[in-house]
Design a protein around this ligand. Structure first.
Ligand SMILES: Nc1ncnc2c1ncn2[C@@H]1O[C@H](COP(=O)(O)OP(=O)(O)OP(=O)(O)O)[C@@H](O)[C@H]1O
Ligand SMILES: [Mg+2]
Length: 329
């Protein structure tokens, strides 16, 4: 392209200089003609670059199409039921095996989470805690009649309605390469600035955001790389608070925070938990004294259940986990 451009300019000079000599037009005219020739190439200069982008764009389009055409693991019901406003969550004899897995990830789990109640699920790694969250979020299909929301099988609701009733802070938060504001508003696009700030205050994030030069309009990068993992987690928490869903599910929501911040966020969360039902999944056995029930999972089965004091008195797995934690602190 550059070669053609320069050859074009040369050709113009080669043709035009004799014409200037012959007095057909003056030196200024020569400059104008030369610039015209050079600038006429500008319009087509981007074309080789466009050809370059074409391949990349087509590859991206193919990937997007594959995502758009993928069939979700969960099919929506033919006649979705309306979601009640404050649904009671009940799990009845839930067993689940991942496709192709040898043993079930969850076996015969039952629990009740009434309005305003708090239930904790603890247990060693691989016990099936996150699997339960994915089942609640309808990423996998549960057997009929095992998860009930508002007395109805969760499978009777549209999957997105079920997801809207649950605010989930997952173990692996997903953040978009956008501003803090945009990431927060995903939870509730109609939220006002004041509501957004209130949610951030509850997640102990507001002061941090105010300290940024661009505040809520700060870009956080791909997957939030420009934030620390604790800040990412608190952003996910603020987003869940903003969603105002009746049921809050926290999967290791304070795991990446230092002890002091973790404590502060936990204190703030107890305020949030007061007016909704909360399922807390954690390996940190702190602040569980106020839980209505603690379920200890091991290999997908309920190893023991009860309140904090009862479990400590029993001297089982919970006591062992508790004393190990005490040693570490
Ligand atoms: N997508 C999957 N496909 C197949 N097996 C899976 C899948 N996800 C998890 N598992 C298996 O299911 C079991 C329970 O995993 P899960 O993630 O629920 O554990 P967890 O209790 O959340 O553990 P952690 O405390 O480490 O987060 C594990 O044995 C795991 O290997
Ligand atoms: Mg997990």
């Amino acid at each position: 392209m550059l070669l053609l451009n320069n050859l074009g300019a040369l050709a113009v000079l080669w043709l035009a200089i004799p014409m200037v000599r012959a007095g057909h037009f003056d030196g200024v005219g020569l400059a104008v003609i030369l610039l015209l020739a050079l600038s006429s190439f500008e319009a087509v200069q981007a074309l080789p670059l466009a050809a370059n982008h074409w391949d990349k764009s087509m590859a991206a389009a193919r990937e997007l199409q594959a995502v758009a055409a993928a069939r979700p693991a969960v099919a929506p019901p033919a006649d979705p039921q309306p979601m009640p406003t404050n649904p009671h969550l009940a799990i009845r004899g839930l067993s689940f095996t991942y496709p192709g897995a040898q043993r079930p990830a969850i076996q015969e789990l039952s629990l009740d989470l009434a309005r305003g109640e708090r239930v904790a699920i603890v247990g060693p790694s691989g016990a099936g805690k996150t699997t339960l969250v994915w089942l609640l979020a309808r990423f996998w299909d549960c057997p009929p009649g095992t998860i009930l929301l508002g007395g109805q099988d969760i499978r009777a609701y549209a999957p997105e309605d079920a997801r809207a009733a649950l605010a989930i802070v997952s173990q692996h938060t997903h953040l978009f390469n956008a501003t803090i504001r945009e990431n927060l508003l995903l939870a509730r696009p109609t939220a006002s600035q004041a509501e957004m700030e209130a949610a951030c205050r509850q997640a102990h994030l507001h002061d941090f955001i105010r300290g940024l030069p661009e505040g809520y309009d700060t870009w956080i990068g791909e997957q939030g790389v420009r934030l620390s993992s604790g800040e990412r987690q608190r952003l996910a928490l603020a987003r869940a608070v903003l969603q105002e869903a009746p049921i809050l599910v926290l999967d290791e929501a304070t795991a990446n925070l230092d002890a002091l911040t973790g404590e502060a966020v936990w204190m703030a969360l107890t305020g949030v938990m007061r007016d909704r039902s909360t399922l807390v999944i954690t390996h940190r056995l702190t602040g569980l004294e106020d839980m209505d029930e603690i379920i200890v999972l091991r290999d997908g089965r309920v190893a023991e259940r009860g309140r904090h004091a009862e479990l400590l008195a029993r001297g089982g797995l919970y006591t062992r986990m508790w004393s190990q934690q005490e040693i570490l602190q």
